[in-house]
Write a protein that binds this ligand. Structure first.
Ligand code: MRU
Length: 354
């Protein structure tokens, strides 16, 4: 099975698999400008923490291309404005800020080159490096995580964390795919993941394509499965992990973690170090995105709630560190107490595996 390549940059444009159309259609969305990239991130053409970071990195490169004809005094401010908009496209996944900050550093390093094609080439090379870096991280996460999966495991997962959400095999889904390829005989219950249905539309599609046995469930079925002893482990991704191990992920993850705690089911979070916000002390400080009421009141454009009803639609929630059995990173598997384990992952705290 060919791997899914959800993003590709060539001929001065970014091509994304349009995740709004799956599984009905496999279409490409082209970003020719940095504003197209902002739109693609906001409208969830591309989604998933590492994927939106990489898309924003290419957005920064496209900004350098667009502004390459400007004089030096205008180039810097125009670039800063574009980077700011890319950084603010979505608020919760810190990979977005991490990638844009990396591009800002590359921009600073390139200012001596002046505007023109040279700065663009420098930023494009940095965006390629972000993409390659995240790909490499997810490959390692898959390997480390697969070692935690027992033979015959029945795995519950939430949202979509595979090759659509992450360059490479994915985080939680990368682990599942690696365990499957290792012949562990795993099977998966995939939460549909209301309201955007990433589990139904993307995870079920991605697992089916890989030949991993998958059963789709409404989110509310998870409690029954766990109570009945049908789940061996839960593995999910993360959009931002605080310094104390609290982890923001797709809305509904916290509920799963509480159930796993109650029924003694191991609960794993899989994420690259680029998802750790070392400056964020706890989950209380994580900005949680609220999205349009339409995501809840309509399904595929069909209204399913009374017009004008009040809606609360947070896109993420925070799983407390105390509910997390272990966090799988590209540097190895960390376990509680998370404070010191996470501090050891901080850039500059010493490289290598744990
Ligand atoms: O709103 P989304 O679809 O971007 O949310 C994605 C998730 O919550 C994923 O679980 C998360 O990004 C971690 S894995 C890429």
């Amino acid at each position: 099975m060919n791997p899914i390549i959800a993003m590709e940059y060539s001929d001065d444009r970014l091509r994304l698999v349009d995740q709004r159309r799956l599984p009905g259609a496999y279409e490409t969305f082209e970003c020719r400008t940095w504003r197209d990239c902002v739109f693609a991130i906001k409208d969830m053409v591309v989604r998933g923490a590492p994927a939106i970071g990489a898309a924003a990195a290419y957005g920064a490169a496209l900004a350098a291309l667009e502004y390459s004809a400007l004089g030096a005094p205008e180039f810097g401010p125009a670039m800063r404005a574009a980077l700011g908009e890319l950084r603010r496209a979505r608020p919760t996944a810190v990979n977005l800020m991490w990638a844009v900050d990396r591009m800002a550093a590359a921009l600073d390093a390139s200012l001596g080159l002046g505007p023109g094609r040279a700065a663009y080439e420098r930023l494009k090379a940095e965006a390629d490096a972000v993409l390659a870096d995240e790909t490499d991280r997810s490959e390692r996460i898959a390997e480390y995580g697969a070692a935690l999966v027992p033979d015959g495991a029945v795995i519950l997962t939430h949202c979509n964390t595979g090759s659509l959400a992450v360059p490479g095999p994915g985080t939680a889904l990368g682990i599942i795919k690696a365990a499957h390829r290792a012949g562990k005989g795993v099977s998966v219950y995939a939460d549909e993941t209301r309201p955007r249905l990433q589990g139904a539309r993307l995870t079920a599609w991605e697992l089916d394509r890989e030949g991993v046995p998958v059963t789709l469930i409404a989110d509310s079925v998870a409690a029954t499965l766990m109570r009945d002893g049908k789940i061996s482990l839960v593995v999910v991704g993360a959009d931002r992990i605080a310094a104390n191990g609290d982890a923001a992920n797709k809305i509904g993850t916290f509920m799963l973690s509480a159930l796993a705690e109650r029924y003694g089911v191991p609960f794993y979070v899989a994420a690259p170090v680029s998802t750790i916000d070392f400056g964020c002390p706890s989950g209380d400080a994580i900005a949680i995105e609220e999205r349009s009421p339409d995501e809840v009141t309509t399904i595929e454009g069909v209204r399913v709630a009374p017009a004008g009803v009040r809606v609360y639609n947070p896109a993420f929630d925070v799983t407390p560190a105390g509910n997390i059995t272990a966090i799988v990173t590209e540097r190895g598997v960390i376990r509680p107490p998370y404070g010191p384990a996470i501090a050891a992952l901080r850039p500059g705290a010493g490289e290598g595996t744990l």
